[in-house]
Design a protein around this ligand. Structure first.
Ligand code: SF4
Length: 753
């Protein structure tokens, strides 16, 4: 059945809609095929940048060879995110620039007489006019609040400014509700402040690091990985809790192969041991914490023996690992993790982590958590934003009172046809995020898109989401554009510049330019009252005590820290909570109707023949965004599914055999995945790398490689406190025969006719 906004495969565009497009070239740019001469860095031109391959944003320099071609990227020594060293996938970022599958021209959706949808190439003028016209129509019909921005690229800050100038604060990043949100909410409830990124964990000085489902070393967050490697070198104790024997588990003093979904039982039991064996930091708790007696009573029965019945972890190991933490206190970190949206009770799990750190006296202490500082970036002078009649808070905050920012899945739900309340979202601008894989329950996202009046998508690459655009804008890569200033919290406040090292390829353009041009067409030019982005950046830098000229030379500037890194012994400190103390018992959560202390909830375990689906990262890939990168696919071009040998024997599957996955709701993977048989995974779980199994044919290296974990995530457990989407309550079974043979035959016949 034809739909109003049928998905258009970008590959079909070249053949049909855009006659002028050349067929996709081979992946390797000509210069990469040459024997590369070593670069003489003293003669090469270099331009400062910060990496966009993942969100750690390491700063470095892009070097050009003698022919003026981008050759390599090297870390900036002054940058605390990377300390002069890029990770392998960051150096592979050059591949994003040279990828010939990139989006090349602005395009619009047209519908043929027979109802077939296709993209046709249009001018920038027409593309930007169409977006502005649709935004005006939506503002006239429903109010500007009915436009939403969903973004995850650095240029999103210019679109954010545009949206607020236009009159909408309905803005969300999937990095909150699909990733970091629960830990932020859990720490806000405990310490009155979130964790933010990079996490202010003093790994450099720690004696004990506890990692729960945290795949450091596989998930390459550069400075973090470097500090962990140094900690291992120094013989700091690592305690890893994971159903999988991960890379970091192999370096750990304790590996606790927990039964998935029972982490909170382990955390409560650790709290029990620290309190009832009097191992907690009494002086620290007495001075800084509120609600100790309530907590003590709450965890009375959560003994290691009780926890064993939930977690499968030997009570002796629970005690011994607790003793290890206490021994290192206060130079101990129970890390809050990054991807924290697991089972729906994630804020409470992160609360337990926050409480554990407080009992160990590590927050604000050397080797525990330091107080980070960040330089604030001034706004270029512009008029005040209009006051919207309603915002994301009116959609979200009634239900999820602990939400700290817009919730992407809630804004999507506000676009569904069954949304009968007064707050409706009717148009989206999507910048640099493939919603079809980042937001679980893709069928809901598709129904929401179908009900929109308008959707514009800005991206560098064809992705599943780009196929749903009405207007598609090709953004140039981070190596071809300026972006807003990176100001990051760290031991030393610092800022970094990203500037272009090459002209944008084809007709791609920077995001800041698109936002400014749309603003001009909406009569909002006063909000972008500068002639060039260089003028805007220079003005901001000058307010911060530097200049664009200086930053173009140095790339990163550090500033003096104005506050202390750690609390001195007995120093007074005010925490931004109701009591001014670390709330072991949260008055704020209680007032909002939630449990003031974390409670263990039993989660469903897989039925016979099904296995819990766990997903993670590979060192060379960052979600779907690197899956087509020519340099990085050379290192890894598909994912495999980790299967315990006992399970493999039951199924009679062999290593490298291709299987299809079917989840608890009957959803079958589009593509098969190869089996990796390994003792490193529990028998009740399977594991795969996230981001593969792409269905967008415009990705010549990414299409159909491996299977998609996102496709299997149809059961979503929403965190009742902050609205995040718990995605680890999905179970899969195996199909050994191709379940799509019949569909494939029909498709082939249709293609032939
Ligand atoms: S960790 Fe690696 S990929 Fe991420 S920003 Fe740094 S260099 Fe880039």
């Amino acid at each position: 059945m034809k739909t109003r906004r049928e998905f258009i495969k970008i590959s079909a565009v070249a053949a049909g809609g855009i006659a002028v497009l050349k067929p996709a070239l081979s992946w390797s740019p000509d210069f990469l095929k040459k024997d590369i001469e070593p670069l003489d860095e003293s003669k090469a031109k270099r331009y400062p940048t910060f990496c966009e391959v993942c969100f750690w944003k390491c700063a470095g320099f892009t070097y050009l060879n003698k022919d003026g071609e981008i050759q390599k990227i090297i870390g900036n020594d002054k940058d605390p995110h990377c300390n002069g060293r890029f990770c392998p996938r960051g150096t592979g970022g050059v591949g994003m620039y040279y990828d010939n599958d990139r989006l090349k021209f602005p395009q619009k959706r047209v519908v043929d007489g027979d109802g077939t949808h296709k993209f046709v190439q249009i001018s920038w003028e027409e593309a930007l006019d169409t977006i502005a016209d649709n935004m005006k129509d939506i503002a006239d019909k429903y109010g500007p609040e009915s436009m939403a921005l969903l973004y995850h690229a650095s240029s999103g800050s210019y679109f954010k400014h545009l949206m607020q100038a236009y009159g909408s604060k309905n803005i969300a990043k999937p990095s909150y509700a699909q990733c970091l949100g629960p830990r932020e909410a859990g720490f806000v409830a405990t310490y009155g402040m979130g964790v933010s990124s990079p996490e202010p964990t003093d790994i450099k000085n720690t004696e004990c690091l506890v990692l729960i489902g945290n795949h450091v070393g596989e998930n390459m967050h550069n400075g973090y990985v470097q500090e962990v490697a140094d900690a291992i070198e120094r013989n700091a104790s690592i305690i890893t809790v994971d159903p999988r024997f991960s890379t970091i588990a192999s370096k750990s003093k304790f590996w606790l192969p927990i039964k998935p979904a029972t982490d909170l039982a382990l955390l409560l039991s650790w709290i029990h041991v620290l309190i009832y064996e009097e191992l907690y930091d009494k002086k620290y708790v007495e001075q800084y914490a509120f609600g100790f007696d309530e907590l003590k009573a709450h965890v009375k029965n959560f003994t290691p023996e009780w926890a064993y019945t939930k977690t499968d972890i030997d009570p002796k190991d629970i005690r011994d690992s607790a003793y290890e933490m206490a021994k290192a206190s206060p130079a101990v970190i129970v890390h809050p993790g990054r991807h924290t949206t697991w089972y729906g009770d994630d804020t409470q799990r992160t609360r337990a982590i926050a409480i554990l750190n407080a009992l160990l006296g590590s927050f604000g202490k050397k080797g525990g958590w330091y107080f980070a500082e960040k330089k604030s970036v001034p706004h270029f002078p512009s008029p005040e934003y209009p006051h919207p009649k309603w915002t994301w808070k009116d959609i979200t905050k009634k239900t999820y009172k602990g939400a700290g920012t817009g919730i992407s899945n809630d804004l999507i739900k506000a676009s569904l046809p069954e949304n009968k309340n007064e707050h409706k979202v009717k148009g989206w601008i999507v910048v640099g995020t493939n919603l079809m894989t980042t937001i679980p329950d893709v069928e809901t996202t598709k129904r929401a898109i179908e009900n929109l009046d308008f959707i514009a998508v800005v991206d560098t690459m064809p992705m599943e989401i780009t196929g749903y655009a009405d207007i598609l804008l090709p953004e140039c890569t981070y190596l071809e554009r300026y972006d807003d200033i990176r100001s990051s919290q760290h031991r030393i406040p610092n800022i970094a510049l990203r500037m272009p090292a090459a002209n944008p390829r084809w007709e791609s353009k920077p995001g800041w330019w698109m936002a400014k041009e749309i603003a001009n067409r909406l009569g909002l030019g006063d909000y972008f009252a500068y002639d060039s982005v260089e003028e805007e950046l220079d003005w901001k830098f000058k307010q911060m005590g530097t200049s664009l000229e200086e930053m173009q030379k140095i790339g990163v500037k550090q500033f003096d820290k104005e506050t202390d890194l750690y609390l001195a012994d007995g120093e007074e400190h005010y925490f931004n909570t109701d009591t001014g103390k670390i709330e072991l018992y949260s008055l704020d959560l209680e007032a909002k109707g939630y449990d003031p202390m974390p409670k263990f909830i039993e989660h469903k375990q897989p039925d016979s023949g099904f296995y819990r689906l766990i997903y993670g990262r590979a060192p060379m890939h960052t979600f779907g965004r690197t899956i087509n990168n020519p340099n990085l696919t050379d290192l890894m071009d598909e994912n495999k599914i980790w299967v315990n040998p006992k399970v493999a024997k039951i199924w009679g599957v062999e290593a490298e055999q291709e299987i299809w996955l079917k989840n608890q709701d009957g959803k079958i993977s589009t593509f098969p995945i190869k089996v990796r048989i390994t003792e490193r995974i529990r028998h009740d779980s399977v594991y795969m790398i996230h981001g593969f199994g792409n269905t967008e044919k415009g990705l010549s290296r990414g299409y159909g490689r491996g299977a998609s974990d996102s496709e299997m995530i149809t059961n979503v457990k929403i965190d009742p406190i902050m609205g995040g989407t718990g995605m680890r309550e999905n179970f899969v079974t195996f199909l050994l025969e191709n379940p799509h043979l019949e569909e494939n035959k029909i498709e082939n016949k249709e293609a032939e006719s």
